[in-house]
Write a protein of this length. Structure first.
Length: 135
């Protein structure tokens, strides 16, 4: 799975009732799409200092945590999927959001489990978006 859309890919597997098999675990900085849109809108509407901003939630997560969330959602949906994940590898793919929060101090991030559950529910309603991976 490409790391830029790993959470959606894991959710899609759960929606389709497919097992999740990952060669390794890794800690990632993530953000729910609704939060990312709020950030983009704020940058379009304001004259913030130029530079690089890490647009990630306060807490990073592991692939193991994400897969467990999908497994719980699938189980509520009557699907029993198996999760297999290899050893943790470095480096972490995370970043500090301190600069972002310095210009958006009231920004509140969607809880990771809430975002994962919303992603799962969305994909469940739009199963056609859950395509098989091309080799």
């Amino acid at each position: 799975y490409a790391e830029q859309n790993i959470m959606s890919a894991l959710s899609a597997r759960g929606v389709l009732g497919k097992d999740i098999e990952l060669p390794h675990d890794r800690r990632l900085g993530v953000i729910y799409i609704d939060d990312a849109v709020k950030v983009m809108a704020a940058f379009l509407d304001n004259d913030f200092p130029k530079g690089d901003y890490n647009v990630v939630a306060d807490k990073s997560v592991t692939l193991q945590e994400a897969a467990a969330c999908v497994k719980r959602a699938a189980k509520r949906d009557g699907k029993n999927i198996r999760v297999t994940i290899g050893e943790t590898v470095a480096p972490e793919c995370t970043g500090s959001n301190a600069k972002l929060l310095s210009v958006l101090p009231t920004l509140k991030f969607t809880a990771f489990t809430t975002g994962m559950n919303k992603t799962y529910q969305y994909l469940d309603m739009h199963k056609g978006m859950c395509r098989k991976r091309r080799k």
